[in-house]
Ligand binder design. Structure first.
Ligand SMILES: Cc1cc2nc3c(=O)[nH]c(=O)nc-3n(C[C@H](O)[C@H](O)[C@H](O)COP(=O)(O)OP(=O)(O)OC[C@H]3O[C@@H](n4cnc5c(N)ncnc54)[C@H](O)[C@@H]3O)c2cc1C
Length: 390
């Protein structure tokens, strides 16, 4: 049986960010994932992408992850254009207004996971284990993990970074609240007639938002089209030509005619929120603790910030010779990150409520709101600054 200080279950963006952020600590870490973290990328970009904000990019640069990122699978975006299809509301953000050369980066999720995996593999305090978990036995001073390759691992702190349906969260009996957003997100990569010019675009339609995220190729975007489940099913049932026709119309032909570059995939969207994020010997990060609507592209960003906050807390505890597994020592992490997640969930609910449907009053409010914000530099800069994670 092997002992480590920290066992992180889940080698996705968040679990790996936590390990990378602990690179200078004395703590021994095992990352356990049922699939190998590093996976050779397909020749053509995949449609699962995330818009990573400036705050997290800075952290990835600081932890030497950035040089490992395959540059042709990531693209900086320099401006955003958001409009309401059903009113006169329209807003433009540009990095120039913020004195920055980028607002963030659109990156394929697997490309980011690969870069993180390569960086943590080079750390002497981390080992990557490919295995599932059969059983978790929690004791007062350590937790034992029975792996499905017959190995046994003991740890002082078990971190659940194992995504929305977290096994660790369930095993630890940490309760969640959840709500069906009554939206399904359709994702795909598309080719557009007009170049995207590194602008991230989002149209709010009465039945849900459509994001066009600029990829490295000048005429390729990744779409996230959130619709009611019924509409999403109908769109998924259309043949490629009819789907692209509907997509071009939903985008107001802002980039001309659109054609598909990849298959479409559909993701039902659920808000989840762990009411308790930690207990003695266990703590949650990322989607294991919260999932939110992707309309503002903040889920992975929020999770990465959890990882950075937890790493800071664990490094300080370890340096002070304190027990990293005690709930009383994990509470400040839990308190601060729960507050951030709650704010984000409330903001997503507010946006979804305001932009859903054809209610004339809501149309007026969003028309005036977007246009006024576009003209009020201070408020606009505060929005952009928040989106950049600054
Ligand atoms: C359509 C869509 C678009 C999105 N766009 C954005 C965006 O633009 N920007 C953004 O910030 N966020 C976005 N998000 C959210 C983002 O994708 C997630 O928040 C993020 O990927 C969560 O990362 P994670 O590491 O917490 O979990 P995951 O990515 O789910 O990783 C969990 C890992 O745990 C492993 N695992 C699970 N169970 C076990 C087990 N029992 N044993 C061992 N290993 C296990 C899995 O193999 C996986 O590797 C989007 C989400 C959706 C649905």
């Amino acid at each position: 049986m092997q002992h480590v200080d920290i066992a992180i279950v889940g080698g996705g963006i968040v679990g790996l960010t936590l390990a990378a952020a602990l690179k200078d600590s004395e703590l021994n870490i095992a990352i356990i994932d049922k699939s190998p973290c590093y996976q050779v990328l397909a020749d053509r970009p995949t449609a699962r992408v995330s818009a990573i904000n400036q705050a997290n990019i800075k952290a990835l640069q600081q932890f030497d992850v950035w040089p490992h990122l395959q540059q042709d699978r990531a693209n900086s975006y320099t401006a955003m254009h958001v409009w309401d299809k059903d009113s006169f509301g329209d807003i433009h953000f540009s990095c120039d207004e913020m004195g920055s050369d980028t607002l963030g980066v659109i990156v394929e999720n697997q490309a980011l996971v690969n870069a993180l995996a390569q960086a943590v593999e080079a750390q002497s305090n981390v080992q990557l284990v490919t295995a599932g978990i059969d059983r978790v036995l929690a004791g007062p001073n350590q937790t034992m993990l029975m792996l499905d390759n017959d190995d046994v691992l003991s740890c002082r702190l078990l971190v659940g970074a194992d995504g929305a349906n977290s096994f660790v969260r369930k095993q630890a009996g940490l309760p969640i609240t959840f709500k069906d957003y009554e939206h399904t997100a359709i994702v795909a990569n598309v080719k557009t007639d007009e170049p995207h010019n590194n602008v991230a675009r989002q149209a709010f339609t009465p039945t849900g938002p459509l994001a066009l995220l600029p990829m490295a190729e000048p005429n390729v975007c990744s779409i996230v089209w959130s619709q009611t489940p019924e509409q999403a099913s109908s769109l998924m049932a259309l043949d490629d030509d009819a789907f692209c026709h509907a997509l071009t119309a939903a985008s107001n032909s802002v980039l001309g005619t659109i054609s598909l570059k990849t298959e479409r995939a559909a993701f039902p969207l659920t808000m989840r929120y762990a009411r308790q994020w930690a207990k003695d010997g266990v703590v949650l990060v990322g989607d294991a603790a919260h999932t939110i609507h992707p309309l503002a592209g903040q889920g992975a960003n929020l999770g990465m910030q959890d990882a950075l906050a937890l790493a800071e807390s664990l490094s300080s505890l370890s340096a002070a010779g304190k027990d990293i597994g005690l709930y009383k020592h994990l509470r400040s992490y839990e308190r601060s990150r729960k507050t951030e997640a709650t704010k984000m969930i409330a903001a997503m609910d507010g946006f979804k409520f305001l932009f859903d449907g054809n209610d004339p009053l809501k149309k007026l409010v969003r028309g005036i709101g977007l246009s006024a914000t576009d003209k009020l530099t201070t408020i606009k800069n505060a929005f952009v600054s928040h989106a950049m994670g600054l």
